[in-house]
Ligand binder design. Structure first.
Ligand code: 2BA
Length: 108
């Protein structure tokens, strides 16, 4: 059994959970915050059998979009005065996925 931990953008959360549930996968949603942007995202936890992993990943690929975001340029750039008010473009998503072996699963 595997525990899939997927960090997704908030805009993709509802449709991703819907698609996972429709396909019969169970999922827990946890509100989280990205350390870099310091804005909200969502961490999805899904415990699945090994042969279901590909199905979950396939859904994540379909429902989690890659987006460009503009963020203020770093403090070094701003302090130099050369690029005051400048923004840099950063690519975010689709989903950041971690896969872990589950030693034991039980519902009591
Ligand atoms: P954030 O930490 O808010 O990062 C948002 C986006 O900023 C990242 O998108 C990436 O494009 C960029 N970014 C993050 N750290 C950076 C850095 N040190 N230098 C340059 N650019 C950086 P994604 O890679 O798609 O990540 C989306 C979210 O997934 C992250 O939000 C974070 O919450 C999570 N995440 C990504 N990689 C992770 C990891 N190795 N461990 C834990 N969480 C991770």
């Amino acid at each position: 059994m595997k525990l899939i931990i997927a960090i997704v953008q908030d805009q993709d959360t509802d449709r991703t959970i819907q698609a996972l549930n429709d396909a019969g996968y169970r999922v827990t949603r946890v509100a989280s915050t990205g350390g870099f942007f310091r804005t909200g995202n969502t961490t999805l936890l899904s415990g699945v059998e090994d042969n279901q992993v590909d199905g979950v990943i396939s859904i994540l690929r379909k429902t989690c979009e890659r987006r460009s975001r503009l963020i203020p340029a770093g403090p070094n750039v701003v302090e130099s005065g050369a690029l005051m008010g400048a923004f840099v473009e950063v690519e975010v998503g689709g989903a950041t996925v971690f896969m872990m072996d589950v030693e034991h699963f039980e519902q009591v």
